[in-house]
Design a protein around this ligand. Structure first.
Ligand SMILES: [Zn+2]
Length: 172
């Protein structure tokens, strides 16, 4: 298993605030507290995205902020603690596109390790527009449809590039 940098790696124990040492647990060296026994387990982030397709192609949003400012991606966001990922997908479509959507099943589960904030697992849902008016939200610079063979050259995040490769190949 590769060792990725973890921006959330703590220096102090979350339970007793003692400086953390390291212990091997489950075959992996992890930050651990010699005082109270607390062990830190790094977690992948979970994201949810919607793939909305029309006669004009697939709907993408252009990122307004870092990382990957100006790059395009599927409408997506991180799943909040306690939130169902299908609810995340619907919420992000509303926030980023101004659209209410209906989900039509899971396209796939994708992996990305090129987001400096997190290693991320991305759930991609097929979605259709149920209402609303397309307008980019606060996090987006623009939103537009792109046809097969005419995607923008700069796509943010490995998981998004992978699902769009599958879509261009006709596999989704
Ligand atoms: Zn401790």
């Amino acid at each position: 298993m590769p060792q990725y940098p973890d921006p959330g790696r703590p220096l102090y124990c979350a339970r007793c605030a003692a400086p953390l040492g390291e212990q091997k647990r489950g075959g992996v060296v992890r930050p651990a507290c010699a005082v109270c026994g607390w062990v830190y387990y790094a977690k992948n982030a979970l994201g949810a995205a919607v793939l909305i397709e029309s006669a004009n192609g697939v709907l993408l949003v252009q990122r307004k902020g870092e990382p990957y400012q100006g790059y395009w991606m599927l409408p997506a966001g991180f799943v909040e603690y306690g939130e169902r990922p299908d609810e995340t997908a619907i919420r992000e479509a509303l926030e980023e596109l101004g659209l209410t959507v209906t989900l039509n099943g899971l396209i796939g589960v994708y992996f990305g390790d090129d987001d400096p904030r997190n290693v991320a697992i991305l759930l991609v849902y097929r979605a259709t527009i149920a209402g609303g008016e397309l307008r980019p939200g606060d996090d987006a610079r623009a939103a537009a449809f792109f046809r097969r063979g005419a995607l923008p050259p700069r796509i943010a995040f490995q998981g998004h590039r992978a699902v769009l490769r599958d879509w261009e190949a006709g596999g989704t």
